[in-house]
Design a protein around this ligand. Structure first.
Ligand SMILES: Cc1ncc(COP(=O)(O)O)c(C=O)c1O
Length: 390
């Protein structure tokens, strides 16, 4: 961090230059033409392999229709937080439908997955608690740990033995926190082992299912549902921003979890409730998922095919199952050079660098969608293999 700055702007310039020199400057790309997997990005027509719209629901006719109708009938903004004027019937309906779908006692809507993760850790944590957090957890969980004012112990990525060792010396109420499907490598947490450990230590188990809802488990119900993980100590966070093609999120768990959230979850309490069209879109997308569970199998086939065609380039190998497929590169400059070369060949594949991932592990992050064709999957895999010479 630069220290020789002579003014606020000087500091800003030096800080941005330091990022630039380290190959870590970020420049969002301009996308035109909506959310479909075919798009014009920075003026070039590309097939998008960096979208979290796993099932193609962001452009599903029923989802669009529901959002439009809500805007016309109700307006757009929710007008206030859940405790002020923002507690609309449509949010209650969505919560009820989601709790029924997941088999949890309650679901509590939050404006985003980020806010949901921060809010649940604020609600459950505190200075008398220790949060045990996987090193690969999403930034929103990391920020939630900080916001909760809990003690924090980070255990090695997916290493339950390391978690056990840290739990053995942890002071205060334990809370184990993990992504179920990790966003940057597509690997799954060993939820069965984490649940056994959490039960043995009387810990909460908070599972971020952002990338598991709609992609895995029976009818897309996520990894907890697939493994039969449940009970009053388990809290699941699901987002509407990924497989449901909308925005917002919900924290799903027991009745006291909901009450704690509404009492202590500052990121939820002090944010405006999600807009009407967004809630209507999420509810409609959930309806599509329930009515057409075969879309999840289609996604899984695409993901399998992408790994198969990438061969040794795919992290986790051909047997991994998530639609997130990472290709390890290491150096941030090289990762962005391959990202740019792929864009020139007509594929939008995101290069990911620190701080999103650990230094030295810059990578390409590909996301398969049920809306991709087999030819597009073969095409992007062939382009990557030729660029990386694997
Ligand atoms: C694992 C994980 N959790 C939470 C979030 C945040 O969700 P949202 O984009 O809805 O705020 C993301 C999104 O990037 C994510 O990947």
């Amino acid at each position: 961090m630069p220290t020789s700055a002579t003014s606020p702007l000087d500091w800003a310039d030096q800080t941005l230059l330091a990022d630039e020199r380290a190959g870590l400057s970020r420049r969002p790309r301009r996308r035109q033409g909506g959310s479909a997997p075919h798009s014009v990005v920075d003026g070039r027509r590309v097939v998008v392999f960096s979208s979290n719209d796993y099932l193609g629901l962001a452009t599903h006719p029923a989802v669009r229709e529901a959002a439009s109708r809500a805007a016309l009938e109700l307006g757009v903004g929710a007008t206030g937080s859940r405790h002020l004027s923002g507690c609309h019937a449509a949010i209650d309906d969505l919560e009820e439908a989601l709790a029924g779908f997941l088999g949890t006692a309650t679901a509590t809507v939050a404006p985003s997955g980020y806010a949901a993760n921060v809010a649940i850790l604020e609600a459950l944590g505190g200075p008398d608690a220790t949060i045990l957090s996987d090193a690969g957890n999403h930034a929103s969980l990391i920020d939630g740990c900080r916001a909760s004012r809990s003690r924090v112990a980070v255990y090695r990525h997916r290493e339950v033995a390391d978690l056990e060792a840290r739990l053995a010396v942890a002071a205060g109420r334990p809370i184990v926190v993990t992504d179920s499907v990790f966003s940057m490598d597509g690997a799954s947490a060993d939820l069965a082992a984490l649940d056994r450990t959490a039960r043995r230590h009387g810990a909460w188990l908070v599972v971020d299912e952002a990338h598991a809802l709609g992609t895995t488990g029976p009818g897309g119900r996520g990894l907890c549902a697939e493994l039969g993980i449940g009970g009053d100590h388990v809290v699941r966070v699901v987002t509407f921003s990924k497989a449901l093609g909308a925005a917002g999120a919900a924290v799903c768990g027991s009745e006291p979890v909901r009450r704690l959230l509404l009492q202590r979850g500052r990121a939820l309490i002090f944010s405006t409730a999600p807009p009407h069209p967004t809630m209507a879109a999420a509810r409609a997308a959930l309806g599509v998922l329930i009515a057409e569970p075969e879309v999840v199998s289609r996604l899984q086939e695409r993901a399998r095919s992408l790994r198969l065609h990438l061969g040794p380039a795919a992290l986790g190998g051909e047997n991994a199952s998530s639609p997130i497929v990472a290709v390890m590169i290491g150096d941030p400059w090289r990762a962005m050079a391959v990202d740019a070369a792929l864009w020139e060949r007509g594929y939008l594949v995101q290069g990911v660098r620190p701080p999103t991932v650990e230094p030295g592990t810059s990578r390409l992050r590909l996301v398969a969608s049920a809306a991709h064709s087999e030819a597009e999957i073969e095409g992007v895999a062939a382009a990557i293999r030729s660029l990386l010479e694997v």
